[in-house]
Design a protein around this ligand. Sequence first.
Ligand code: TXA
Ligand code: MG
Length: 375
Amino acid sequence: MLYTKKMNLPELDEGDQERALDMAAELLALGGTVVFPTETVYGLGANALDERAVKSIYVAKGRPSDNPLIVHIASLSQVKDIAREVPASAEALMKAFWPGPLTIILPKKEGIPEVTTGGLDTVGIRMPDHEVARELIRRSNCPVAAPSANISGRPSPTTYQRCLEDLSGRVDVILGSDPSKVGVESTIVDCSGAVPEILRPGAITAKMLEEVVGQVFLKTSIGLPQEEAPRAPGMKYKHYAPKAKVILWQGNSPEKVSQALKGKASKKEAVILIQESQDLGEKSASVLNEDLGQQWSQEPSSSELNVDDQGILHGRHFVELPSFEIALHEIFELLRHCDDLGYEVIHVQAVPEEDLGLTLMNRLKKAAGGDIREV
Ligand code: TXA
Ligand code: MG
């Protein structure tokens, strides 16, 4: 067990925030491990050039060591220290989307340790759109290798609280900030070949990339078990798995799926429905949170109740997410929340696999471990 220094920045005054960042940056530079916020999900960072430090990331997460890490930077000038060459397509994408939720794979420069790139001759680079992340990298004066800050296989953490749950006692520092804005990990685009290719979908969609670089390749089977040798090695592992069983329901409309699941449940079950998009008007994120909180606190309606012979109440609890953006923002937190509340089954409605829907389905299919059913 390590002693973990926990510092939630919004709870500190300005002076203490400065000291917290300095301390975390110094520990990074000395080979320590630091959990920090980004706009996608929280990351678990170490100096990307320090082999021993990077190894401690794998240990903390329980992560297989052939799974390469993304190297995070704070300024464009750092790219040349990490990548051997930067094709025009990559340069255009950096200009358009950095800082932001896009990881660019490039041929790696000598000197980047094998452990950082899982033995590959390419390296993934990203400049996060989060002031705390960039300030930490700047102050540490090193590129920061960082996977998502969860125990390997669990849903990625989007809040400080979830990082504490997974990694207290396993890392040197946990830095907290607000919940991650995006909610799912970055889009990964491989620019080491002739045509850029999406290896993992994220909030930056194929369409958005195409507007900048013309053609991009995109496999819809990305990261699913049937893909033989996934190009992003991490995609082959079990992912995002809550303790509850996740079932993904094809049918593509909230009405159809809720109709099909109206009947009696034999366990404590959750049903997550997803609207394509709804005008939220003035609804702020906090109002939405309250909304979701209320949806959770309601008892399942009587038509869904079922008492077994031991007198235990079973039922299905319906929660509706009003847009794909919000679904992306909430999904990992919802999966963990269902575990906290003791749900045994989580039913999730499938969505059409394009644009943000593709990103959502990529995470949901993995959470469901292939249990996809027709309504
Ligand atoms: O948004 C994100 O990308 C977050 C935050 C912390 O930045 N990080 C993240 O890291 O999601 P991780 O380790 O959970 O996922 C990294 C993915 C893995 O699937 C890995 O196989 C792939 O990126 N990857 C990394 N380097 C690669 C490379 N050189 N070639 C192909 N895939 C690579
Ligand atoms: Mg991850």
